[in-house]
Ligand binder design. Structure first.
Ligand code: CAA
Length: 282
């Protein structure tokens, strides 16, 4: 696998493009608008500058990595020679199903189709293609250049061969892949989101304030960020939608999103990206 197409150039998409280009892969980055793509390439360049400043990447390697990234607004041109497509578009079921129908038509028959979804069923996505055995989850963590994990999710029909290829490829990226099966929230979010939800309940019920809750988890459990700050970082709308997938998928009230989280998202408080969540960012 040498030619990698990443669909969606937002935070996750540009991070995924960054690590593949840095490890010597040819990357095609696809998005709907030219300005999204330009912004993404400039973000990748700035994030590589951090690595240069720390002595983890040379200027020459940065220039070479950036030269391996091509950008496309036309899906067909962006995927025509892909060995692997990683979809990192908006976390919306109908958008993803529509994209995978098109990818199945437009990519070489041998291409593996991966999704970076944080909670949508891989099996459901695979079922709209004629190559369910070649559809898999490749769940990167934010910030992608820093976080070591790739959660590799096998859909119901994903083949052993494709799973092994993606495990090996993730290692070549310098990541640590972990293979999991396709059930709601997979492993990462099945465990992370109830913790975040419980932190929001603790705030909602007046057990403690925002900073107190985060300090307990940062200093008491050595988490790099407290759960409320992490929720802001992930996006409160994303947290809510993942909790709804868990709640619907298991039918268990323990996953019901806290009413405070629902209110905040409905009021437009989505965390870092909207300028305010549990903390203010402007
Ligand atoms: N690109 C490249 N390098 C980056 C970077 C980026 N986007 N962001 C941070 N860095 C580097 C910094 O340069 C720094 O490098 P050194 O260690 O060499 O100094 C290092 O990462 C740490 O960054 P900072 O010093 O700026 O800040 P920090 O120490 O507070 O760490 C953090 C920032 C890495 C984000 C840390 O707070 C952290 O690990 N937070 C938790 C992140 C987390 O849990 N992510 C998973 C979220 S869940 C998810 O993504 C999936 C989902 O489905 C919801």
């Amino acid at each position: 696998m040498q030619n990698i197409t990443v669909i969606g150039s937002g935070t996750m998409g540009n991070g995924i493009a960054h690590v593949f280009a840095q490890q010597g892969f040819q990357v095609s980055l696809v998005d709907l608008k030219e300005d999204f793509l330009q912004k993404a390439v400039s973000t990748i360049s700035k994030n590589m500058d951090r690595q240069v400043a720390k002595g983890k990447l040379s200027e020459e390697d940065k220039t070479a990595a950036l030269s391996r990234i091509s950008t496309f607004t036309d899906l067909k041109s962006g995927v025509s020679s892909a060995d692997l497509v990683i979809e990192a578009a908006t976390e919306n079921l109908s958008i993803k199903l529509d994209l995978f129908r098109q990818l199945d038509e437009l990519t070489p028959k041998s291409a593996i189709l991966a999704t970076n979804t944080s909670s949508i069923s891989i099996t459901k996505i695979a079922a709209v293609t004629q190559r369910a055995g070649q559809v898999i989850g490749m769940h990167f963590m934010n910030p992608v250049p820093v976080m070591k994990l790739v959660e590799v999710i096998r859909g119901y029909a994903t083949s052993d061969e494709v799973t092994n290829d993606i495990m090996e490829l993730s290692k070549k990226l310098g990541k640590v892949p972990v293979e999991v099966n396709d059930y709601p929230g997979f492993v990462a979010n099945r465990i992370l989101m109830p913790m975040i939800n419980e932190a929001i309940y603790s705030l909602y019920e007046g057990v403690a304030g925002v900073e107190e809750i985060d300090t307990v988890m940062k200093l008491g459990m050595a988490h790099p960020m407290g759960p409320l700050q992490l929720a802001d970082f992930i996006g409160l709308d994303v947290c809510l939608s993942i909790l709804r997938v868990l709640h619907d998928g298991f039918g268990n009230p323990k996953y019901a999103p806290c009413p405070l989280l629902i209110n905040m998202v409905e009021a437009g408080y989505k965390g870092v990206k909207s300028g305010e969540g549990f903390y203010q960012y402007t």
